[in-house]
Design a protein around this ligand. Structure first.
Ligand SMILES: NC(=O)c1ccc[n+]([C@@H]2O[C@H](COP(=O)([O-])OP(=O)(O)OC[C@H]3O[C@@H](n4cnc5c(N)ncnc54)[C@H](O)[C@@H]3O)[C@@H](O)[C@H]2O)c1
Ligand SMILES: O=P(O)(O)OC[C@@H](O)[C@@H](O)[C@H](O)[C@H](O)CO
Length: 397
């Protein structure tokens, strides 16, 4: 589709979800997309390739979408060009990973600072698997290192920040596929509309705009990502290649169902979600993550175990809250144990760091440092027990 709106989006992170989902939706809504990334080869390929395909795969068959009207800039080597793109953009989105937000904040802050107070403020939406990712990005942008304190009072005239929940399974791609992206048909992109109410929401087809994002992001993270990660970590431990392979194992399937039943109980009690509706959602997710056409490797889904073991994440977040309310957490603890066992995985720096942390710290310190859990919390002794068991097994090996 040609750029019919004359609108421009700058998207940080031209990886799987960036090319396959966010840029695809921006393009289909008439935006020109300027990718910002640090991977030089990827930037060159994007600039040398006038179109790529987004290929949906599933039991219903395959369908393709052709994406055009994009460019790419290396944010490491061409910062000034990127600042200018952000100054003149309508929207900035990102899918770089939650730990990278602090690195992209300085250039976004510079671009925002150069904008006029009299034009429509820049719409900023982070598309990461994390609760409040846009708030995190905004807090880095507002940091005194990136934005002069005297400019903070009028920042809302130049930029607005909205949290989002983004859901579409995009596995690691075939290295010979060029820019093409193979993914599942299903998608959900929910964005908080309240920061844009007086300036208008950006015209992006496919976004669901809501007033209260918390139930949506928690339901997504604590169902899709809890279930996905449970299958991946149990699968890795039992030498399965993909999430699909893992789910063929009845014991792993029982662990996934168990963990998702525990998060269902919490989500229903906390957000008043209808129990039958959540059960149907849970079953749909189990079907989605078991899509045989995706060939989603357990190492991708389990990547970055330290992030996944942190306080607000897919396991510790719901387990701590459920335990505090005396709800069952047995299966979540099983999955947490498998996450602690995901050590020294090739190509995964966090899994190597996890191994060092486990060998150099007491179980109590691991629970405090990695999971951010205090001794006064009800889940604490059970997590210490899990870590001690994994440490004891490592010593025996
Ligand atoms: N893949 C999925 O199924 C999926 C679905 C929903 C959400 N997400 C979330 O989207 C984010 C990205 O995931 P992905 O699977 O696309 O990962 P990915 O590794 O495929 O893509 C990340 C991209 O960010 C780029 N990048 C890294 N540092 C950067 C920097 N400083 N500036 C600009 N670009 C930088 C990388 O070069 C890479 O191209 C994560 O937060 C993930 O949780 C992924
Ligand atoms: O991206 P992560 O590392 O937070 O989690 C891995 C997968 O669970 C994730 O990428 C899913 O595929 C995605 O969240 C589906 O919407």
């Amino acid at each position: 589709m040609a750029n019919t709106t004359g609108k421009k989006a700058v998207h940080f992170g031209a990886g799987n979800i960036g090319r396959g989902f966010v840029a695809c939706f921006l393009h289909n809504s008439g935006y020109e997309v300027v990718f910002a990334d640090v991977n030089g080869d990827l930037i060159d390929t994007i600039n040398a390739t006038p179109s790529y395909k987004v290929i949906e795969v599933g039991s219903e068959g395959t369908s393709e979408n052709v994406i055009t009207n994009y460019r790419a800039i290396n944010s490491r080597t061409h910062e000034e060009d990127l600042v200018e793109e952000i100054r003149t953009a309508d929207i900035v989105t990102c899918s770089v990973g939650p730990n990278i937000l602090k690195f992209i904040a300085p250039v976004i802050a510079k671009g925002i600072d150069r904008r006029s107070d009299d034009e429509t403020p820049l719409h900023v939406i982070a598309c990461e698997n994390a609760i409040g990712a846009t708030d995190t990005l905004a807090s880095h942008i507002k940091d005194a290192k990136n934005t002069d304190a005297a400019r903070l009072e009028t920042l809302h005239l130049r930029a607005r920040f909205a949290n989002s929940a983004i859901d579409r399974i995009v596995p690691a791609q075939d290295p010979n596929a060029g820019l093409d992206v193979k993914l599942e048909k299903f998608f959900e992109w929910v964005v908080d509309k309240t920061p844009f109410e007086d300036i208008g929401i950006p015209p992006i087809e496919g976004i669901q705009w809501v007033d209260n994002l918390e139930p949506f992001i928690e339901r997504k993270l604590y169902t899709v990502n809890t279930g996905h990660a449970t299958a991946a970590y149990h699968g890795y431990y039992r030498r399965k290649r993909t999430v699909y392979d893992a789910l063929q194992d009845k014991e792993i399937m029982a662990e996934v169902r168990g963990a998702l039943t525990e998060t269902k109980n919490l989500l229903v009690a906390k957000h008043g979600i209808d129990e039958e509706a959540q059960l149907a959602y849970m079953n749909k997710i189990i079907k989605r993550i078991g899509n045989p056409h995706l060939e989603d490797a357990v190492e991708r889904v389990g990547r970055a175990p330290l992030r996944k073991l942190s306080r607000k994440e897919r396991f510790i977040g719901p387990a701590a809250e459920a335990a505090e309310n005396d709800m069952p957490v047995k299966y979540l603890l099983d999955a947490i144990e498998m996450t602690f066992r995901f050590q020294n995985v090739e190509g995964d720096d966090e899994s190597k760091e996890l191994s060092t942390i486990m060998s150099e710290n007491s179980a109590e310190d691991v629970v405090a440092k990695v999971c951010g859990i205090k001794p006064t919390e009800k889940i604490y002794p059970r997590l210490v027990e899990v870590v001690k068991r994994v440490q004891a097994d490592s010593q025996e090996e």
